[in-house]
Ligand binder design. Structure first.
Ligand code: DQA
Length: 143
């Protein structure tokens, strides 16, 4: 099983970005841990991060035929990135939405997601463990 993990705007700043909310691990560290977890569960994991919605859309369009699932943390684009929603709909890519923070315990504008209703499910508030939880779910599917 091949899984693409996409992180959106400002997630390249993990480690220095509001550590009380997002933790002190860098994205590189998180991705290394996820990669190992994936390998131990027989999954190939590819990573992509961009601060630009268009690049994220390009990546989804380029990859959808070669991956089985998408795990995405669209960052702030979660709340208004209709282009990402349309890319997921256009490609029919089965998707899990992940957020490090619990978006429901934060500002009201973070409560709205433009992709939740077209995703398999959503994991929010478990820090970087959320990506692993999503992978764990997917690895159980193939058993
Ligand atoms: C986030 C939550 C978003 O509201 C925020 O804009 C982010 C990160 C999270 O992982 O908790 O950039 O997606």
């Amino acid at each position: 099983m091949k899984v693409l993990i996409i992180n959106g705007p400002n997630l390249n700043f993990l480690g220095k970005r509001e550590p009380k909310i997002y933790g002190d691990e860098t994205l590189e560290l998180i991705n290394n841990k996820i990669k190992k977890f994936g390998m131990n569960h027989g999954m190939e994991v590819e990573f992509f991060q961009s601060n630009h919605e268009g690049y994220i859309i390009d990546k989804i369009q380029e990859s959808y035929e070669n991956v089985d699932y998408l795990i995405i943390n669209p960052g702030a684009l979660t709340h208004y990135g209709i282009g990402i929603r349309d890319a997921i709909l256009s490609t029919n890519l089965k998707t899990i939405e992940v957020h490090l923070s619990n978006v429901y315990s934060r500002e009201e504008f973070r409560h709205k997601s433009v992709i939740s209703d077209i995703c398999i499910g959503k994991i929010t508030g478990f820090g970087s463990e959320g990506y692993k939880m999503a992978l764990q779910y997917l690895s159980n599917l193939k058993k």
